[in-house]
Write a protein that binds this ligand. Structure first.
Ligand SMILES: Cc1cc2nc3c(=O)[nH]c(=O)nc-3n(C[C@H](O)[C@H](O)[C@H](O)COP(=O)(O)O)c2cc1C
Length: 308
């Protein structure tokens, strides 16, 4: 008889996930295309593309460009809107035994509140993930997520608008991410997703124009791994909230580094584009790795960083 396999289940506050591998927002759509090549029930969770209260068409092309070790995107938060998601996308996702997390965003406090209220109580929704890397058009376009006061306020506003567990996704473009982590915690966050994309740009030399129609965009992929790891390190020093580690994860080695630093789960983003099975394979690789280490649970690894 074979020995019991390691337990990969993790808790993110009140949310129990069957395993700690989640598809990151914007890189997995609403799960539909991926369901044709994999069993979505094998994933710990799926964070859907960022939802707004109204349908959003996104930015003009070119809005994606490959860069060394990564990519830049300026999709512009194109999405089906809260209503479209509830009617057309969520019923499909409910068929699978995986956590469904709605990533949400707005241009004003009221827009954040509106989308959170619309999604509150939706059957089959596990949690909200708050994308605060958005310009507040009422505050001169300053990103909510770069200002501790606005971070706390928008977190509190959504906390009051919804009874769903609330994960706040931190922006890396700040001097002290620990301060932002504490601000989100003060506002009532249940967990922190660390990190979103970093701002970057490239130039098309023959035309001397920015490659992206929006001039700059969000950098993601292997290129940002060391930055994401450092941000998780600082976030873990600042708070005891559960952390979802994100940034440059392609497979086992990168995921293990996030767990050692204290992340309780990980999200796979850009890798989904060039290796659609990356997240499913990561689940199996984590289980095998725990077995080789005689670990009964992945939680034994979390926060096991050694320092002399
Ligand atoms: C094309 C694309 C679209 C994205 N859309 C969203 C989004 O709607 N909301 C959000 O919070 N993050 C979004 N992200 C950020 C990812 O979820 C993730 O935080 C980031 O890409 C870093 O992880 P990675 O290096 O594994 O891609 C997007 C990323 C990419 C590449």
């Amino acid at each position: 008889m074979s020995a019991k396999r390691p337990d990969l289940s993790v808790r993110i506050g009140d949310v129990e996930l069957s395993n700690p591998v989640i598809a990151a927002s914007g890189t997995f759509g609403y799960g539909g295309e991926f369901s044709e090549i994999m069993d979505l029930s094998q994933l710990g969770g799926i964070v859907v593309k960022g939802l707004s209260i109204h349908v959003e068409r996104g930015n003009a092309p070119p809005r994606i460009v490959e860069t060394p070790g990564g990519m830049l995107n300026s999709i512009g938060l194109q999405n089906v809107g809260a209503e479209g998601f509830l009617e057309e996308k969520l019923p499909f996702l409910r068929r699978f035994n995986t956590a469904v997390i709605a990533n949400i965003w707005g241009r004003t406090f009221d827009e954040y509140i509106a989308v959170a209220e619309r999604l509150d109580g939706a059957k089959g929704l596990t949690a909200l993930e708050l994308n605060i890397s958005c310009p507040n058009i009422k505050e001169g376009g300053i990103n909510f997520g770069t200002d501790p006061k606005q971070t706390e306020q928008v977190t509190r506003a959504v906390r009051e608008a919804s009874s769903l567990p609330l994960w706040v996704k931190l922006t890396p473009g700040v001097t002290d991410i620990g301060e932002l982590a504490r601000a989100a915690e003060a506002g009532g966050a249940d967990a922190l997703s660390v990190i979103n994309t970093l701002r970057g740009m490239t130039i098309d030399v023959p035309s001397r124009r920015p490659t992206l129609s929006t001039i700059f965009g969000g950098l993601s992929g292997p290129a940002i791994l060391p930055i994401a790891l450092y941000m998780v390190y600082e976030t873990r020093r600042a708070t005891n909230l559960p952390i979802l580690g994100i940034g440059g994860i392609e497979g086992l080695d990168q995921a293990l580094q996030f767990f050692i630093l204290g992340a309780n789960a990980v999200q796979v983003g850009t890798a989904n584009f060039y290796d659609p099975m990356a997240s499913i394979r990561l689940v199996e690789d984590l289980r095998d790795w725990c077995e080789t280490q005689n670990m009964l649970s992945i939680n034994e690894l979390v926060g096991s960083l050694e320092r002399d």
